[in-house]
Design a protein around this ligand. Sequence first.
Ligand SMILES: *Cc1c(COP(=O)(O)O)cnc(C)c1O
Ligand SMILES: [Zn+2]
Length: 417
Amino acid sequence: MTDLSLSGPVPEVAEDGVWLACIECGETYAPFEEPTYECDACGSLLEVRYDEYHDFDSVAGEGVWRYAPALPVDDGVTIEEGNTPLYEAPSIEAAVDVADLRIKHEGMNPTGSFKDRGMTVGVRVAERIGVGRLACASTGNTSAALSAYGARANKETLVLLPEGNVAAGKLAQASLHGATMLEVEGNFDDCLDIVSELADRGEVYLLNSLNPFRLEGQKTIGLEIIEQFRDQTGSLPDRIVLPVGNAGNTAALHKAFRELVAAGAIEEAEVPTLTGVQAAGAAPMVEAIENGWDSVTRWEDVETRATAIRIGEPVNAPKAIPAIRQTGGTAVAVEDEEITAAQRELAQDGIGVEPASAASVAGLRKLREAGEITADEQVVCLTTGHLLKDPDAAAEAGNDPTTVPNDVDAVLDAAGD
Ligand SMILES: *Cc1c(COP(=O)(O)O)cnc(C)c1O
Ligand SMILES: [Zn+2]
C-alpha cells in the first residue's frame, strides 16, 4: 500500500531532520551518506521526509531558495531559478470558458525550463554526498539544466539523448555548457535504462527525476502557485493542469500540497485537483488512469512533436497515480494538432512556449469541451519550457516570412495597408 502520509517518528538515519523513506514499504535511508535512488528492500520510489513541515512564513532566500526551510539543504548551486510569472491569459480564458485562467510559465527559468528548480537542489546534494560525475538521460531540457548547473558546480556532466529527437535549442545549451553528449540509438526510455545501470554501478550520480532530491526543488512550483494565485485573486486554484512526461512534477506538486496541509497552511479540501496531459502518441499514464491501474505499462513505441514528453514509461507513476486520484483529478491525451493550436493560442496572449508546454492548455480545452472541467473553475496551466527551446516547432506553427526587394514601396506593398 503506497504510504504518502508524511507521519511517523524521526528515524535514526535522519541527518539535520531529513531522511529518505520508501513510499511502499516505509524503509528509511540516510539522505547524504551515499547515492540512493530506490528502495533496496522493495525497489520502489523514495521520498524526502522532514522532522518538521513549514508554511510560507519561513522565508529565506529568493526564488526556489525562498522556500529553503522546506528543502533538504540550506542553499543550492544557484543561477537564480524559480520565482517565475503567473500570467493572466484573457483570450484563452474567454475562449475556453472558465472562471479564471492563469499560466505558470516555467520557461522563464535560467535555462528555460522548470528542470532548473530540481537541479539547484540535486547538484548541491551531489556535492554534499561527494560524488564525481553527474549524469542524466534526457529528452533535452534535463540535459540543458544539468549541463548549466554542473558547469556552475565545476563538475563533469554526462548526458544521454535519444538520437534525432532532441530540439535544437536544448542541444545547443548542453553543447555550450560543456556536457559530454552521447546520442543513443534508441528512445528516452532506453537512455534512462542505460544511465540507471551506470548509476547502479557507481559510475555516475543520477539526476533524473527518479532522484528524490530533484523533486524537492520542483515542489516550489506548487508553493509559488499557491502564493501567487492567492495574491492575484484572493483564493486558491481549483485545478492545476500540467504536461506529463516522467510525471515528476505531478508527484512534486502533490508533495508540496501534502506538506502545506501537514504544516497547517492550507486545508485538505483546498488542495488543487491535479490534471495530467500527455500526447496521444505517448500516453501510458492516461491509459493507467483511464483503466484504474495502479501502475503504468511501458509503451515501446512513442511518437509526438512534443519531444519533451515523448516518454513511454513515466518513472514517477507510483507517486503520480495516487497524486491524481487523491486530488480528484484525471489524465487526458491530446493530438499533436491540438498541441500546436494551443501553442498558437498562448502566443496570441504573448506567451511563448515549446510544444510539450502547450499540451496543458490543449488538455484544458479538451476536458472543458467534454464537460469534465466546468465553467466555474479557477484553473492554472503549467507551461514547462520556453518557445526558443524548439525553434523548429515554433517556426512550423507560425507564419512564414516573405522575401521582398530592397525597396520601401515594395516593403509597403508586401506589408499591406
Ligand atoms: C521535463 C519536461 C516535461 C515533463 O515533466 P515531468 O515532470 O517529467 O512529467 C514537460 N515539459 C517540458 C518542457 C519538460 O522539459
Ligand atoms: Zn521499499
